[in-house]
Design a protein around this ligand. Structure first.
Ligand SMILES: [Cu+2]
Length: 345
């Protein structure tokens, strides 16, 4: 066994290019965020490299990530890009984890930089552009191995700037195309698609299957193992009962254990629906093994701005401001399947 937290990478991230701090970035100008690091270990190392951008008032407006594995002595140099559509001060934070779902933090502290974005004199007379998120296409599967009858969840990031569909193709172990489906990124530049594995038919031979994800000019691939085994159906779950927990004036909500992997819904936040008094606050306690956010808003409409925890690390918590009467849907920005509701009355 290795220790719980190891600094395994030599991180080349202490400074961003001079343009971040010394020059002024204009609205609608692309910011290139370098992502470069080296594995100095003598064995290969899986990683999830996360870039989070927050705006003036602390709202997370973009989360993008690169996942993969680096061999011994290998280094990675890539660039994530982001286009700010409004003037303001943006904070860029970089996190390096071993895995998106069961992360071991590979660096002791995130790297943080502030970018100042201003409008040029020409831009000041223009209408503000609609906000979109431009990010590099990525794809991850909910598990690395599946049995017949199971559901594959493919999720990742994609630019929400283009209106083009994300096309997802699955090829079997012989290279034959067995499914094609389409989805669109939400306003955060996050997408998620489910693919049901039928029993038999095209899904019959065990082996390594490939997923090809295309979005505009960008392409990424993923592989997973298909066992070919028909999974015995689990006992039927009890019928869902809408549980509204009321804890009086204030309340605490926990992140469900393992909620960084799809499948926790509808109880990714416990309890998923909470009722508090007018002027009360909700504390989100992260006792899960992954980092999460609690962000007021919906996947369809984006953040409402009522509250946004930004990334809450494992073992930490976040408390909302005092809330006025109303119903507040919220979600986790990193794991868009995690949704909850706060009722204030
Ligand atoms: Cu989450």
């Amino acid at each position: 066994m290795v220790g719980a937290v190891l600094v395994i990478f030599a991180i080349g991230l202490s400074t961003l290019p001079a343009s971040f701090s010394d020059e002024t970035i204009l609205v609608n100008q692309q910011i290139k965020i370098p992502v470069d690091f080296a594995n100095t270990k003598s064995e290969s190392q899986p990683f999830a490299y996360i870039v989070q951008i927050t705006n003036d008032i602390g709202q997370v407006i973009s989360v993008s990530y690169i996942t993969g594995s680096l061999g011994a002595g290998q280094s990675l140099e890539q660039t994530l890009s982001y286009i700010p559509y409004e003037a303001g001060n943006y904070k860029v934070e970089k996190f390096l984890w071993s895995d998106l779902n069961t992360p071991t933090v590979l660096t002791t502290a995130p790297v943080s930089n502030t970018i100042t974005v201003v409008q040029s004199s020409e831009q000041q007379i223009q209408q503000p552009a609609q906000q979109t998120v431009q990010t590099q296409l990525s794809a991850a599967t909910s598990k690395s191995s599946y049995n017949a009858g199971e559901t594959i969840i493919i999720s990742g990031t994609a630019s929400s700037e283009s209106n083009s569909a994300i096309e997802i193709r699955v090829y079997n172990q012989s290279g034959n195309l067995i499914t094609v489906s389409q989805t669109y990124p939400n306003s955060y530049g996050v997408y998620s698609q489910t693919i049901q594995i039928s029993e038999g038919g095209a899904w019959s031979d065990a082996g390594i299957y490939q997923i090809q994800v295309d979005h505009g000019e960008q392409k990424v691939g993923q592989v997973f193992n298909f066992s070919g085994i028909v999974q015995v159906a689990p006992p039927a779950p009890p019928p869902p009962t809408p549980v509204v927990s009321s804890s009086g004036m204030n309340a605490t909500v926990e992140n469900a254990m393992g909620s960084s992997t799809p499948g926790c819904d509808p109880d990714c936040f416990i309890p998923a629906t909470i009722k508090i008094g007018v002027g009360g606050m909700v504390t989100f306690a992260n006792n899960d093994s992954a980092a999460h956010t609690s962000t007021a808003g919906t996947p369809a409409d984006g953040p409402s701005g009522v509250w946004d925890s930004s990334l809450v690390m494992m073992g930490s918590s976040y408390t909302t401001p005092a809330l006025a009467a109303g119903e507040y849907p919220y979600l986790c920005m990193v794991h868009p399947w995690m949704e909850g509701l706060v009722i204030v009355e």
